[in-house]
Ligand binder design. Sequence first.
Ligand SMILES: Nc1ncnc2c1ncn2[C@@H]1O[C@H](COP(=O)(O)OP(=O)(O)O)[C@@H](O)[C@H]1O
Ligand SMILES: [Mg+2]
Length: 356
Amino acid sequence: MRIPGLIGSTETMGEVLRLVEKAAAGNFAVLIEGETGTGKELLARAIHTSGPRRRAAFVPQNCAAMPESLLESELFGHVRGAFTDATVSRQGLLAAANGGTIFLDEIAESSPRVQVKLLRFLQDGVIRPLGSVREIRLDVRVISATNHSLQEEVARGGFRRDLFYRLNVFPIRVPPLRDRRRDIPLLAAHFLRLYARRAGARIDGFTAETMRLLEAYPFPGNVRELQNEIERIVAMHREGNLVRPDELSKRFTAPRRAAGRSGSRSWRWSARSSARRSATAAATSRGRRCGWASAATASTRRSPATGSGDRRPPPRPCSHCRPRIRCTNPPRIATDSCRQVEQEKMKRFQPSFYPR
Ligand SMILES: Nc1ncnc2c1ncn2[C@@H]1O[C@H](COP(=O)(O)OP(=O)(O)O)[C@@H](O)[C@H]1O
Ligand SMILES: [Mg+2]
């Protein structure tokens, strides 16, 4: 399936697109889970526009954006006099989406009162505007999204279990950008082309080093963060056809821990424990790499005489273990295998990522 404006070539995104295609053909409730900025709204729109409801409205509403009473009136509408400021009757968003789709973003943030009313709508297809005694029957498809696990929220008691089952008929999980790094060059080139064209600027692509830095960054804000960064770069760009590393924001060049679930934390933060774990693993799996690795391995063995190992952390990292590991790596130990790994890494970054 091809979704206009959606970039992604990795297998995980291919799987997501297959689910989107299935969802578009059906009429059931869809729950999209994924970190902020991963493209949940984009996918919800794609489900709507690729399905039979495409001619009717797609109405997005962020459930975290307004207080409980306002959200209730926004979704279900109200009649005149329903509350102090209700000087006129107002149709709600659900009624506005009749025949089409409503997209409830950040559904986990909705209040218990709104949850009860949504459950009634999903079960019986009817709503009752605030202050009204009449029920209105509607035909609206519900797609909801959340940036943290709704199931965990149910387990915590923060979300109704019965509503969860109604919303979660067809779950779609969107992977974070750091788990599909091969999409980064494509997305970066796409956004560069987009913003350069809008600005009338002539920027053809990125230097290999700039792309290396982009690919190594963990992107806690996912695609939205990449998009904003490229937009900023284009706005600030002064000279040359290629984006240079010094045009990136500082966080892209700052040293940090290797990407992981908490990739936005500085690598210095837990250098000791994580370095020890990874150095021990590296030493075990690929043979001894550097002074730090061997020291870490030694420190796990207890000396029979003193009952303790040598726990002094060597002071400097070798080129291979940088930036996570502090290790002694006298030139003698900066082994060929370390250099070889570095060279192989550099080779991978050689292809150019220049958009047409
Ligand atoms: N795969 C993608 N290809 C192109 N643009 C994307 C992709 N994923 C997200 N975006 C863009 O990133 C921004 C954030 O996407 P959005 O759907 O609002 O994320 P979310 O709802 O998960 O926070 C939007 O501008 C969207 O167009
Ligand atoms: Mg969103």
